[in-house]
Design a protein around this ligand. Sequence first.
Ligand code: NAD
Length: 334
Amino acid sequence: MRRGPRSGLFTIVAVHSTVRGPSLGGCRMWTYDDNRAAIRDALRLSEGMTYKSAVAGLPLGGGKGVIVLRPGEPLDAKRRRAALLDFGETVERLGGTYVTAEDVGTSTRDMTVIAKATKHVSGLSRRAGGSGDPSPFTALGVVHAIEATLERAFGDPSPRGRRVAVVGLGHVGLRVAQLLARAGARLVVADIDRGKKAEAERLGAKWATPAKAMTAAVDVLVPCALGGVLDHESVPRLQAPTIAGAANNQLASADVADLLRAQGVLWAPDFVANAGGIVNISVEFERGGYDPARAKARTALIGETLRRIYDDAAGAGTTPLAAASALAARNLAV
Ligand code: NAD
C-alpha cells in the first residue's frame, strides 16, 4: 500500500499467489469508507483471481489492484490521471510480481496511462499491441459454458430452441444474448436500465423485469449483472434447471452450492464460466505475443474444463463448486 505522491490517494496491490506465474488481476478504482475496507477487497479479489487462473490452467497467479477514492471527493480528469500514474508506480515497484489490467472503474484507455509508469500492464488496446477489451471473450467463454451445461443436463449442447434468460445486458450480457440469439435460442432478457429494452427488441427477445427473468421457466438462467444473486431465498424460487453466467460471486455463500445441488439445479461455477477475459489476456504472455485467433481457441477450452468439472462432481458425489475448487487446488500444488 502506498500513498500516491501526485494524487494524494492510496494505491493498493494485493499479491495472493505467484505459484503458476506473475499475479494478474485488474485495477479497481472505487470509493471506500476507509482503507481497511479497500485492503479487504483487494485481498479477497486477489484470491479469487488465483483460483480463476488456476482452474483455467493459465500460467498466471492471482493479484488485484485498488485505487482508493474518498467518499464525496469526485476526481477531475487531471487528478484521475495522477492517480493512475501513482498506481503505475506502485506496480513498477513490485518488479513484475504483479501485472495489472482493467477492472471496475478503469478502462483499456486507462491502461495506456498506467503504462507510462510501468511495463507490467496487460489489456492495452489492440492498436498498442495488447489484448484490448476482454468482454467479448468473456461472453464467448460464457456461451461455451452454457453449451457444456446444456449438454450435461439435456444430452445436447446446442442452444437452438432452448429457452434462456439473460439477466444484465451490459458489456458481457448483451454479447451473450446476441450470440445465443444467432444460435437460435428463445430469449428472455432483463436489466435494471430500461434503456436496454430497445436491445431486447433488436434481438427478438422478450423483455422482463430482473425478478421475473430470474425465476422464469427457462432451460438455462444466465446471470450477467451483479454477484450474490443466488441465496437461500432466491434458489427455492428458481425454475431453471441449469445456471451458467458471467456475474462474479453469484453465490451469496458457499453453502448455496449444496442447496442448488439438492434442488437438482446444475450450476456452472462462475469463476470457470467467466474466465474468457483472463484467458484472452493470458495470450499476451505466450510466445509470439497476442493473437485473437489463439485467444478464441483458448477460450473454447472453458467448455472442456467445465465438462471435466461436471464429471469430477458426478464421480465424487459433490457439487461443481467443490470439484472446481479441487481442480484449482491440484493446479496450484507445487
Ligand atoms: P456492465 O457494468 O457492463 O453490465 C452490467 C449490467 O447489469 C448493466 O447493464 C446494469 O444495468 C445491469 N444490472 C445491474 N444490476 C442489475 C440487476 N439487479 N438486475 C439486472 N440488471 C442489472 O458489466 P459487465 O462487464 O458486462 O460484467 C457483468 C458481470 O460479469 C459482472 O459481475 C462482472 O464482474 C462479471 N465479469 C465481467 C468480465 C468482463 O470481461 N467484463 C469478466 C469476468 C466477470
